[in-house]
Ligand binder design. Structure first.
Ligand code: M6R
Length: 600
């Protein structure tokens, strides 16, 4: 993952693509590349590190062409290297592709292609896409690029954004969006057209944009575009005029930044895993954490300290650290901890979770802990912030700038970061086997798709928001690893809509709060099919006995729950360690819809 830029028209694509990539630098990347077609040949330049390296390469070995694609990459499969950088070319040299996302079934597809004699140049999942397109073109579609791309796209599992070019048909490029791996914007110009993963990349050239929907494919020439679904149905896409002011421009197709950031989450988690998770071997690489085996074995306690949403993220993290790494973990409000005279020693890690990296209470709490001999780690989004600079080890969220007041993608990525740290600790402490590492890495590779699937339920969630937007009080319930999600859901609703909301671990209801429940206080309950499912069902029954209206977040396929809850929001079936990350997305969506009134 990270940034995609494409151009087709009458100008030299190379400077346009490089400038577009430059505007996406804020998203972070570890390598970059550009490809053009010139005189029937694909020409490529790629390099690791900053864009300046790529620019230097292009300067010393110039390429040009009126059709070009470029990419900035966070490595997901294979180390950051020139060979693994995008664009990737098919073995027969016909096709070239850039791609954002994770191909979940790439190993299966790679094996299939290898058995047909295809050889691979890189370790990436992306190369599977380009080889498969070439294979389909050669064996099934009689060279038809559109059909070969369509057939390939239908075989990919996971959320993807893809742009493909063929040297035999240099008058067109194809862009595909599958799921929510991030957007694909077409920029409509005059005798030229653009493609980008993010609006800022092409905003200088055009304000007319089309946003591809899930499972849409666009065939773009210099002066036309044709959009169809992957099933071959034509799509009549709306052209959006992007306003000139930079705030509206940044918001793009979304009504407000919170909505935009909710929809960016699938991509944000891909970026946060980029270069850190080896999905094949299960290795976790967290260079900046400065964690080695001796330290991992020495740690006797982790104290997570944070505020607000970041604190709730820590409550989920406690489950990861205790279950996977078997390290005793406490979670503390930073604003309280700094005044507490805590008991700490040099075998304690104090972990600050902070999106901004500058929250005064969090910084003061870790400073206090360090004074007492503890080591400090941080999970932080803002690069160069105090929490990053002063830590003994850190992991960046790579969520990109969070502009909405309500923290959404930073919460999601901080959960993924803690899961990665817990897995690494577990590997080094010997509490996780090699097989379990591979298992969890494969689970992680599914995350972008799972989050994307929840976001596809937007219409169903809009219908619910229509029913509930006038209520004044809400109760959020969850159990086990999902109880912090109930607290976070309530915080989000309060913060954004000024509607009163409470969040509780569901088992606490009988100790007092159940008295609150009546027909005026809808209950949102996370009741996915995990070890605590039956307990949650019984808590839903208790709420119903008090005339409560229950909205359950449940596992897809669970029809039984329909007889217990008044409304059901389904989420895909998943491993319970991933469930807090995915379940929250449905709460966020309902809250953002209630706030914006976009159902009206
Ligand atoms: O930047 P931080 O993560 O340290 O901020 C902590 C809280 O202020 C923050 O999470 C706040 O609760 C959010 N705006 C909630 O959406």
């Amino acid at each position: 993952m990270c940034g995609i830029v494409g151009y087709i028209g009458h100008r030299n694509a190379v400077p346009l693509v490089l400038d577009g990539l430059q505007r996406l630098e804020y998203r972070g990347y570890d390598s970059a590349g550009v490809a053009v077609i010139h005189e029937g040949q694909i020409k490529i330049r790629r390099d690791v590190g900053k864009l300046i390296n790529l620019r230097n390469k292009v300067e010393s070995g110039p390429i040009e062409g009126t059709i070009g694609i470029g990419h900035t990459r966070w490595a997901t499969h294979g180390e950051p290297s020139e060979r693994n950088a995008h664009p990737h070319v098919s073995m027969n040299g016909d096709f070239v592709v850039v791609h954002n996302g994770i191909v979940e079934n790439y190993l299966e597809l790679k094996r299939e292609l290898t058995s047909e004699g295809v050889t691979f140049e890189s370790d990436t999942d992306t190369e599977v896409i380009v080889q498969l397109i070439a294979h389909h073109a050669q064996h099934h579609t009689n060279g038809d690029m559109v059909e070969a791309t369509r057939q390939t796209a239908l075989r990919l599992r996971g959320a993807q954004a893809i742009v493909v070019v063929n040297k035999h048909t240099p008058d067109r490029l194809i862009a595909v969006r599958i799921g929510n791996a991030g957007g694909v914007a077409l920029g409509i110009g005059n005798g030229e057209n653009f493609v980008a993963s993010d609006i800022p990349a092409i905003l200088e050239y055009t304000r007319k944009m089309i946003f591809l929907d899930h499972a849409d494919m666009a065939v773009v020439t210099a002066d036309s575009y044709h959009i169809q679904t992957l099933q071959g149905e034509p799509v009549d896409a709306e052209i959006h005029e992007i306003d000139w002011d930079s705030v509206s421009a940044g918001r793009g197709e979304f009504q407000h930044f919170m909505q935009k950031e909710i929809f960016e989450q699938a991509r944000a988690v891909t970026d946060t895993m980029g270069g850190r998770v080896d999905f094949e071997k299960g290795d976790i690489l967290l260079k900046e954490l400065n964690l080695d085996e001796a330290l991992a074995k020495r740690i006797s306690k982790i104290v997570i300290t944070a505020c607000g949403t970041s604190y709730y993220s820590g409550l989920v993290g406690k489950f990861f650290f205790e279950q996977l790494a078997r390290v005793n973990t406490e979670v503390e409000y930073a604003s309280e901890y700094r005044y507490r005279n805590p008991i700490l020693d040099e075998n304690t890690i104090v972990l600050a979770i902070t999106q901004s990296g500058e929250t005064a209470d969090t910084l003061a709490a870790v400073a206090e802990a360090r004074k007492r001999g503890a080591m400090m780690w941080s999970v932080v989004n803002a690069i160069g912030s105090a929490a990053m600079r002063t830590a003994d080890g850190y992991v960046l969220m790579n969520a990109g700038p969070e502009i909405g007041v309500a923290s959404t993608k930073a919460f999601t990525t901080s959960l993924v970061n803690q899961l990665m740290i817990a897995l690494r600790l577990g590997q080094l402490r010997g509490t996780i086997s090699a097989e379990q590492s591979v298992f969890f890495a494969q689970q992680l590779s599914q995350l972008p798709r799972l989050i994307g699937q929840v976001l596809e339920f937007e219409d169903q969630i809009k219908a619910l928001a229509t029913v509930f937007h006038n209520y004044k009080d809400f109760l959020f319930l969850g159990r086990g690893i999902n109880y912090p999600i109930a607290l976070e859901g309530a915080l989000k609703l309060k913060e954004i809509s000024y509607i009163h909301a409470e969040g509780y671990p569901a088992g606490e209801m009988k100790h007092g709060p159940i008295a609150l429940i009546d027909e005026d206080m809808p209950v949102l309950a996370i009741a996915i099919q995990d070890d605590l499912y039956e307990k949650m069902i019984s808590q839903i029954e208790q709420a119903k006995a008090r005339n409560g209206i229950v909205i359950a977040v449940a596992t897809e396929g669970d029809t039984f729950i329909q007889s217990k809850a008044d409304h059901v929001l389904y989420v895909p079936a998943m491993n319970s360690f991933l469930s807090p990350i995915v379940s929250l997305a449905s709460f966020e969506l309902i809250i953002s819809i209630i706030v914006s009134g976009s159902f009206l």
